[in-house]
Design a protein around this ligand. Sequence first.
Ligand code: FES
Length: 358
Amino acid sequence: MSRFHDLEVTDIRKTTRDAVVVTLRPVNGAADHFDFVQGQYLTFRRDFDGEELRRSYSICSGMDDGVLQVGIKRVEGGAFSAWVNDELQVGEVLQAMPPMGRFHVPLDAAARGHYLGFAAGSGITPVLSIIRTTLRREPHASFTLVYANKGVNTIMFREELEDLKNAYLGRFNVIHVLGTDAQEIDLFTGRLTQGKCAELFRTGWVDVASADTAFICGPEPMMLDIAAALRDAGMADDRIRFELFASVQPGRLKQPPRAARVEATGKGTEITITLDGATRKVSADEGQSLLDTALANDIDAPFACRAGVCSTCRCRVIEGEVEMAVNHALEDYEVEKGYVLSCQSRPLTDRVRIDYDQ
Ligand code: FES
């Protein structure tokens, strides 16, 4: 079963010097696969010199905009983002998995929600989708966005944010925090640290007390800083939502985890893998992750980031024990039920049985 479907590029527009908004249309029978929820992302694949790269980019359009758009910022040394920014043409067909991600909360047209968004750089992409959808679907909701960038020139979606402010007067407020460009209000210049957040809260620019949920997307240290400030201001953990993948460079797991208790010899570990209704028994090499074991045996296990962030590779351990090195994606209750990120998990016992279908 192919997990990837065809998307035709119908428009490419620069939003800053180093970022584009790509508009996509499902083709070749793919339309049913691309309904999305605000804040989700698409995982693309493409061959570069014979090597398949997979990269995930957030959807920036809202659920009611009638278009599917992703924002792609060039990252240094990033083959995929450079290719999109420099070479991709309208009319080309890309391959992507259906939308994924849980960076959202249910919306209720009758609610009078107040939401906070904190984004840095390209972290705005999923937050923009959330803002667009929420303001449209919750007519009484209000949204305050704190958006950190180096300078005015690197603000993605600057015009779109202004348009939203005008369209939703009194309901949508944006505070641009710029690292280097001086602004009228000193507090809005510099890095978005825990201290700066605390000051924004104390001075009333951001009203945490009335906020229902905060959405944060950006580099991990900044996200932790913002979350700490929100907690200090009284916000409960379950109201603080993170989206990490946009800030993590996909990479391979370099270090084997430090297993507290390794019963398996590693070599010859038997792994039984169920995927798409079919079950196969394979053997894992020493130190090999569950995902790599599956792929090495031509089992088309799903994956995207390989960094423990996106949860695309989630499976459930039915038998045996594994150790997960990194988990930025699964909730505690999922781990308790035996779910693991297969890109980050290695067997601890001689026999392991996993299921991707559950
Ligand atoms: Fe993204 Fe495993 S592939 S968490």
